[in-house]
Design a protein around this ligand. Structure first.
Ligand code: BEZ
Ligand code: FE
Length: 294
């Protein structure tokens, strides 16, 4: 006599469980956990909003356009993750136990892996225009000890809100970028111009999403940093210009209070002479505190 098992058919009630069961042979336990939870939440979401066929088709069309908008120099999926707050959520999860270290924030799409090495005191502004700005700073360990030879990779938009790669015919390559090696006290200094707030690339599907939800595409004025030193975890972060528009509505949710710095207009004669700056100029001083590597 043959034993006959009734197959469990797909139904609205059992949908997530049935798909989860299909992952039972996944060798990687983390992959199984992540996929199972993803399906669980995805199915619960579809039921909660009574997702229609037309809406699923539109979502697939949107994601298709998002993929098609990606090129060597444009990553529309990262942008999507940024405007949905997912990038900053993962950043928060990764940095759950603050220990007095400088906060991290989004990397963004304009970082270059081969940032141009420069000498302390150099200007990273290779094109005319903009408000002269001096940035001084020091890289320390969380316990306050100096980190000699720390590396600082910086990049920023210009006074009109453009990165060099967005206006390649108008500015020299690698404008407003620099890789600096700090001195024996972990100190650094460079000359630049005050960055402007700018819109994230909004001529693709992510821009359509912002427009459909009546959100603006702007980020407050900022300078990007990646700071690293021996025996310490590197930090990817920004300094934001205090008083900039959009500090309270950054379209990628990247602002943290400890990253907002004053850039006062100063007349300091000694600094002006040492760094060949016309007075007055803007001056920001940054202290970056790194976590010890685990
Ligand atoms: C940026 O600051 O460069 C950036 C970050 C996220 C999305 C777009 C731009
Ligand atoms: Fe930026």
């Amino acid at each position: 006599m043959s034993r006959h098992h009734e197959p469990i058919r797909f139904s609205e009630d059992r949908s997530a469980q049935i798909v989860a069961d299909s992952f039972v042979d996944t060798p990687d336990p983390r992959l199984r956990r992540v996929l199972t939870s993803l399906v669980d939440h995805l199915h619960a979401f579809a039921k909660e909003v009574d997702l229609s066929q037309a809406e699923l088709d539109a979502a697939i069309e949107f994601l298709t356009r998002t993929g098609q908008a990606c090129t060597d120099v444009r990553q529309e999926f990262v942008l999507l993750s940024d405007v949905l707050g997912l990038s900053m959520l993962v950043d928060a999860i990764e940095n759950r136990s603050p220990v007095g270290a400088t906060s991290s924030t989004v990397l963004g799409p304009f970082h270059m892996v081969d940032s141009p090495p420069r000498e302390l005191g150099d200007s990273i502004a290779l094109a005319p225009g903009g408000e002269p700005t001096l940035v001084t700073g020091q890289v320390l360990s969380v316990d306050g000890s100096e980190l000699p030879g720390a590396l600082i990779d910086v990049w920023q938009a210009d006074e009109k809100g453009f990165y060099d790669v967005q206006v390649p015919d108008e500015v020299p390559e690698r404008n407003l970028r620099g890789l600096f090696t700090c001195d024996e006290h972990g100190r650094f200094v460079f000359r630049t111009i005050l960055p402007a707030p700018y819109p994230i690339p909004d001529d693709g599907p992510v821009g359509d999403l912002l427009a459909a939800t009546r959100r603006h595409p702007y980020r407050p004025a900022h300078i990007h940093f990646i700071a690293g030193a021996e025996h310490h975890a590197p930090v990817t972060t920004h300094i934001f210009v205090a008083g900039s528009p959009y500090l309270d509505s950054d379209t990628v949710f990247g602002v943290k209070d400890d990253l907002v710095l004053d850039f006062p207009l100063v007349e300091d004669g000694e600094l002006a002479e040492r760094y060949d700056l016309d007075k007055p100029f803007r001056h920001a001083h940054v202290e970056i505190r790194l976590r010890k590597a685990t």
